[in-house]
Design a protein around this ligand. Structure first.
Ligand code: F6R
Length: 306
């Protein structure tokens, strides 16, 4: 499938009805995954508030994991060594283990597995990998998902502003600096990684209110501040955070290029913002004459490690 078609399939992906069974009670959730698979856990953890959720993007799981942990391993390829290492540890600790993958080693371990369609870039399969989490752990009405599907279909039609932003970024080679806040903290990180993998440009993400306790000083006084392109995502859910954003802009002289959110529920807004990030990073690649699909250095690194 062409890269743009993979992006375009996102609205359909979130309609998938895959889910896993919860066999026994749990009091915390640990989600293990790297890169385009790990981001699924981060997005979910910001939407879900029923118990602590920790996302592990490394080789080791936390000490507290035990039989009362719901451990979800997500790896699109099913062959990511960090994720496979964590599953082994979770098994030793007696955790309840579930798997989301398109195949590979992870699909052969005998755990309840949600199989997602293969042949895509992991980062473009976010909807397929997020759906089982939403369906199994959050009581989301079908009408909300239908609404999200509709909202997501409008993003491409309205993407001329995103294209223009991509042009502004590329025209003098700026580094995007994405400012997130609830409910877009993980989404800001997703944007950063999409600029990295699709656009092949460096990017930074940070968060309000934390930014007001450190980065606010260099935003006004650092050398090189003119090399960044500041992006703020939608409207903060807290009125206080919006006020912080405005005052930060006043004090530092930084202009935040705001990206509009779509939808009426938090889930819809978050999904819409994720999808806008997919398009803008795609446009960056195209403007630079690069292939958004290409992750050859990442693949080369994986093969040299094996
Ligand atoms: C590639 C991508 C990467 C991978 C990561 C982990 O599109 O997004 O960030 O997701 O290298 O691989 P998987 O997802 O196969 O576990």
């Amino acid at each position: 499938m062409e890269f743009l078609d993979q992006i375009r399939s996102f609205p359909e992906q979130i309609m998938s009805r895959n889910f896993f069974h919860i066999d026994r009670d749990f009091n915390n959730i640990v989600i293990s995954g790297m890169g385009g698979s790990g981001i699924v856990g981060r997005i979910f953890s910001e939407l879900y508030g029923m118990c602590p959720v920790q996302v592990v993007s490394d080789y080791e799981i936390p000490h507290y994991v035990n039989a009362k942990t719901l451990f979800i391993a997500i790896s699109y390829s099913g062959n990511t060594e960090e994720t496979l290492a964590t599953v082994k540890q979770a098994r030793e600790k007696g955790a309840q283990i579930k798997v989301i993958t398109s195949g590979g080693e992870l699909s052969k371990l005998g755990y309840e597995t949600v199989k997602v369609p293969s042949g895509m870039q992991p980062r473009n399969a976010l909807g397929y990998m997020l759906s089982p989490l939403l369906n199994s752990l959050m009581k989301i009405e079908q009408s909300e998902i239908d609404g999200a599907h509709e909202v997501l279909q409008t993003i491409e039609r309205e993407s001329s502003k995103l294209k223009q932003m991509a042009e502004e970024i590329c025209s003098v080679g700026l580094v995007p600096w994405i400012v997130g806040y609830e409910p877009y903290v993980s989404t800001a990180y997703r944007w950063k990684t999409q600029f990295n993998e699709n656009g092949k440009i460096l990017a930074i993400n940070s968060t309000i209110p934390e930014l007001n306790h450190n980065e606010t000083m260099p935003l006004k006084l650092s050398y090189g501040r003119e090399r960044f392109y500041f992006i703020s995502l939608g409207n903060p859910s807290l009125e206080r955070t919006g006020k912080r954003l405005r005052i930060t802009s006043d004090l530092t002289g930084i202009k935040f290029n705001n990206v509009k959110e779509y939808g009426s529920t938090m889930l819809q807004k978050v999904l819409s913002m994720i999808h806008s990030g997919d398009y803008i990073s795609y446009y960056v690649a195209k403007i630079r004459g690069l292939d958004p699909m290409d992750v050859s250095l990442i693949e080369e690194l994986k093969s040299r490690l094996s």
